[in-house]
Design a binder for this molecule. Sequence first.
Ligand SMILES: [Zn+2]
Length: 247
Amino acid sequence: MNGRKPVRDLLEDATFWSLVDQSGGIDACWPWQGKLNPDGYGVVGGRSVGAHRIAWAKANAKEQGALCVLHTCDNRPCCNPKHLYLGTQVDNVRDRTNRGRAASGDRNGARLYPERILRGDRHPMHLHPEKAGRGSQRANAVLTEEQVLQIRLDAAAGIKPADLARQHGLARSKVSALLLGQRWKHVGGPLRASTRTRRLTQDEVQMARSAHALGETFAALSRRLGVSNTTVRNAVLGLKAFSKRRL
Ligand SMILES: [Zn+2]
């Protein structure tokens, strides 16, 4: 829908607006009267350039660059520049999902491109049966892009990662990786900033231990050092990673 073909020559085309139905007035949707692609977006001159992209570019006297031209009106053939704005592919996916228009049913990729899905003998479970977790060990569910997006949206809505892991039969570490965008980055959706705290230096650990011995709380040290409460506690008590570090 948002191919990146050059649109310069199309921008010069004076006949463009004659194919846009502006009869509804300045605030109405202006549907493209020319061809539509299978997704319902207007296309210009038989090329896979979205009519809405050209409309935005003409109205703003520049090309969109790396960004997508998106609709506020959710009406794909609409070319009213007042209904168009620039956003990222991630915004695009989020908007579609918020409006309940993520490809589902016959429009889902799994239906459109069944050959891309590994099944039967090509399925990883067949190729590497020894890697298959069983029963409570099962922590390697095969995810779809839709599930990944849903997990990100659920997490953004406040569902705990541990609950998401249980719900989808995933290892907690996998859920964490996909929420951070370390896996499945292309799917988009809301990502989390890494909450990993920095490593404390040996001096800081010594300082934390002395300060704690003198009565400074873990919470106060956590604020002072800019790491989590847990990290301070582990450092002071010599737990977890700090039990292996010679100090
Ligand atoms: Zn519109």
